[in-house]
Design a protein around this ligand. Sequence first.
Ligand code: NAD
Length: 475
Amino acid sequence: MYSDLKLYIDGQWLDGKGRKREDVINPATGKVLAQLPHASKADLDAALAAADKGLKVWKAMSAYDRSNIMRKAAGLVRERHDHIAKVMTQEQGKPYPESRGEVMTTADIIDWYAEEGRRAYGRIVPGRAKGVRQIVTREPVGVVAAFTPWNFPTLTPVRKIAGALAGGCSIIIKASEETPGGCVELVKCFADAGVPAGVVNLVFGVPSEVSEHLIASDTVKKVSFTGSIPVGKLLAGLAAKGMKRSTMELGGHSPVVVFGDADAEKAADTIAAFKYRNAGQVCISPTRFYVQEDSYKKFVNRFTEYAKGITLGDGLEKGTTMGPLANPRRLDAMESIVQDSKSRGGKVVTGGSRHGNQGYFFQPTVITDLPDDSKLMTVEPFGPVAPIVPFKTFDEVVERANSLEYGLAAYAFTSSSATAIAIGDAIQSGMVGVNSVAISTPETPFGGIKESGYGSEGGIEGLEAYTNVKFISQA
Ligand code: NAD
């Protein structure tokens, strides 16, 4: 029922024989699901050589033919969605309906890039002299090295794989060792759809060893990473040494501003559901809630009601609305956040502790009365803990929302169109949802500013990230 975990290099599936291996754990039970093979240095070199060869083959194909293969892969993802979703729930913990939604969006992203790759237009710029043709065109960046985390086992890898393929690039992806099955199943879809050998390669190993080896190679021309800010800075530094292009999708600490003129209860329902999705382990998860004084009580009550109504359990069980945290590090982090909050005068309105005696479950938690410089208000929680605090004026809340070095996502609720425009403009963030949480779609750019990183995935910007601009002046 789980995935047959292998490496995929140069069109071959390679198992654990003769290779180092590591256990993959089901976070709902703490039990071992399977063993994952690690790529040796020789495997990584084979992947680099394969990607170099694959680049030449893929680049030479027409955008039309590439698009057809990609659309076939999207079809296979849809056909196999039930199995892929079950694999994902077992290794990552999220409830099956969430996994299923992720897999369907994964297919949509492939389709979007398959189409958009056919529209990688250039332009002709009028020349200054007669008979001069000035052509602006786009070329594939080259071989891509990509690194993805454990919270979205297919969605994050597909943004990189499909973006690279649409741009005419080949890719070596190191997906998460903690949730490898989703990406193994995804790569199977690309392989079975007819992506030529060497174009997509999948490896696993000790993250720092794999990234150092791949990024240092002259073969790699672009680095794409999703994960924490400290690791992002490290990898951006490695990429800079070789002057390689990079996309960094890093952490966030997303403010939510609820103005007094908004429907506080409707806003609470919408944003609480979004908060506890994937047990809060989402980079764009709403994580700091500022509510205008008059609506504060109403919002806290409704939000807390929602949190109390969540059913914790194994994601494969019917009726589960929140699964376990993905690994024990998140449990420790939640305990430390709650402890710090209490010591800073915070009031735990609901939750606050672990749940059950197996797996990595933590209760949906709401904390009020926290000072702005407490740990929870300043460090990305990446878990099911929500701090809610009051504010008085527009200028004050903008200053508080913009006070951190994060700049990934932000949300606001208001019934005034003037306030909607003003807050959209004032918030320092790569993405802002005003009366909406739909800030991540295949068609729109996804990415952060400040320490949350640079570059976009999704939208036409996501394709540009995998192409170089070339100017040809022809006389
Ligand atoms: P971490 O910083 O150890 O790892 C984050 C991710 O980077 C993991 O997938 C890991 O395998 C990978 N990684 C670590 N070192 C690497 C290296 N040298 N080269 C390549 N990849 C490397 O932290 P963690 O405990 O796994 O996660 C905790 C924090 O990470 C969270 O609090 C959150 O801030 C951040 N995170 C962000 C996202 C996101 O979607 N932006 C996803 C997962 C985790």
